[in-house]
Design a protein around this ligand. Structure first.
Ligand code: SF4
Length: 442
């Protein structure tokens, strides 16, 4: 696609530029913050982009009615989203371009786009096209400048997700605090649309100052925190994760959801290490190096501003360390989410979180692989291997064998009784570890 944008050919044969207002780009929801940020960055590029609201029962029902239901949950929900929009929202005369990232690797993700194209053909839906960027070349396609702006959106939306979780679990007046967050989010979205970093920074700073003043029940550093890891779509989508963040908040736990940025940095890592089939010219390689430098700088800057809330970690994401922590159990040559789920779980537990929940769609292969590994590795030896010389870690783990870990598979329906019971036990164990962490000052 190059730095320019492709054209769209309508069913009647007319060629329209992507920036034509009749070309509506629809972004399926992968959590409110990330989807809205991405749509705003697209609008900043002059595109008529819309973030679909988070999936609900109706979307799930339409998705199930148009798939065999053996597909992965994210595919069922994105199918439901597309058809729901076409049935209820699409304006006559508009051309719909559905945003659908793609990639290969050891799972079915690469088939999503093919399935969708087939669906549109089968149902003879006019004026619908798919728009994909691929993880194989680290989502290159529209040039570094656009990628960088998407990156700002990802870093900020990841942080907002964690701020929201902390507010849900800890704010004295949750309703009032969430409406402050929503108002601030609208202002941030306005800055993404404008696309300049300096005013965005200014806005983030003012947002951080306001959020810092929200009255909390407990000091933030004393809040028990659960790391939510696993498949990238399900861990971010409210319906898929069955509102786990809200349920944990009711039990007094804040949730840190593994960031989307982790996956983006991982795709760069794969390109760097030659673990994906991506051939670059010398110039492209140079541009790739420059892009990574700018990304690191912006990540540092945004996190340093938002860390003033006390709810966002200032340290930049270290994907190499995450992968290294997983290497004793899984080869880095097996590219995909499993290595990140294993590495993040072992990295976060005790260091930042008192429990880890790994969630994924029913039947998801990378998720089952990581679950099998983590059932064995989430114990004292597994954690100490990530940082053998850390005295505080040794003290915290002195009387603990197994670490609080729960694996959940979701098909979008309410969790079965057995998972609810396991969740109760998990929370008790996490609370116990949290108290030990407070005692040793971890
Ligand atoms: S990661 Fe899991 S849910 Fe996603 S495409 Fe692969 S198998 Fe399906």
């Amino acid at each position: 696609m190059g730095n320019g944008m492709a054209n769209v050919i309508t069913s009647s044969g007319e060629t329209l530029p992507m920036t034509d207002p009749r070309v509506q780009i629809l972004i399926p929801s992968m959590g409110k913050f990330a989807t809205e940020a991405l749509a705003a960055v697209f609008r900043g590029k002059g595109l008529n982009a819309l973030a679909h609201p988070p999936s609900d029962e109706a979307v799930l029902k339409i998705g199930r009615a148009n798939t065999s239901c053996k597909e992965c949950l994210p595919l069922i929900l994105t199918t439901g989203t597309l058809l729901n929009y076409l049935q209820n929202e699409k304006k006559d005369g508009n051309i719909l371009v559905y945003f659908m990232p793609t990639g290969s690797g050891p799972c079915r993700f690469g088939q999503y786009q093919i399935f969708m194209e087939d669906l549109v053909r089968r149902l003879e839906i006019p004026n619908v096209a798919l728009f994909s960027l691929t993880s194989e070349n680290s989502y290159a396609g529209w040039g570094n400048n656009f990628q960088l702006k998407v990156w700002w959106g990802i870093i900020v939306s990841d942080a907002m997700e964690d701020i929201r979780s902390m507010i849900l679990a800890n704010a004295t007046d949750v309703g009032a605090a969430i409406s402050i967050l929503d108002q601030e989010w609208d202002l941030i979205i306005g800055q993404f649309e404008k696309g300049d970093f300096a005013p965005l920074e200014k806005q983030l700073d003012s947002t951080a100052q306001l959020i810092k003043r929200i009255h909390m029940k407990h000091p933030i550093e004393e809040m028990p925190t659960i790391a939510l890891v696993g498949e990238i779509f399900v861990r971010r989508d409210g319906l898929s994760r069955q509102y786990l963040t809200e349920r944990l908040a009711e039990k007094g736990f804040a949730t840190i959801c593994s960031p989307i940025a982790e996956w983006i940095l991982y795709t760069d890592f794969l390109v760097d290490k030659g673990l994906v089939d991506c051939k670059m010219t010398k110039m492209e390689k140079l541009a790739f190096i420059v892009k990574k430098k700018f990304m690191a700088r912006r990540e540092k800057r945004i996190k340093s501003i938002l860390s003033k809330t006390g709810m966002v970690h200032i340290e930049p994401l270290d994907v190499k360390a995450i992968v290294n922590n997983a290497i004793p159990y899984i080869s880095p040559n097996l590219a995909g989410e499993a290595i990140l789920t294993v590495g993040s779980s072992l990295t976060e537990i005790v260091s930042h979180a008192c429990g880890v929940i790994a969630i994924g769609p029913f039947g998801c292969m990378p998720n089952r692989l990581s679950e099998a590994i983590l059932n064995e590795a989430m114990n004292r030896e597994g954690k100490l291997a990530t940082n053998p010389k850390n005295g505080r870690l040794r003290a915290a783990l002195a009387n603990i064998d197994d670490l609080p870990f729960l694996a959940i598979e979701s098909d979008g329906s309410p969790f079965p009784q057995v998972i609810n019971a396991k969740l109760e036990t998990f929370c008790l164990r996490a609370e116990r570890l949290h108290n030990i962490m407070l005692e040793v000052g971890n």
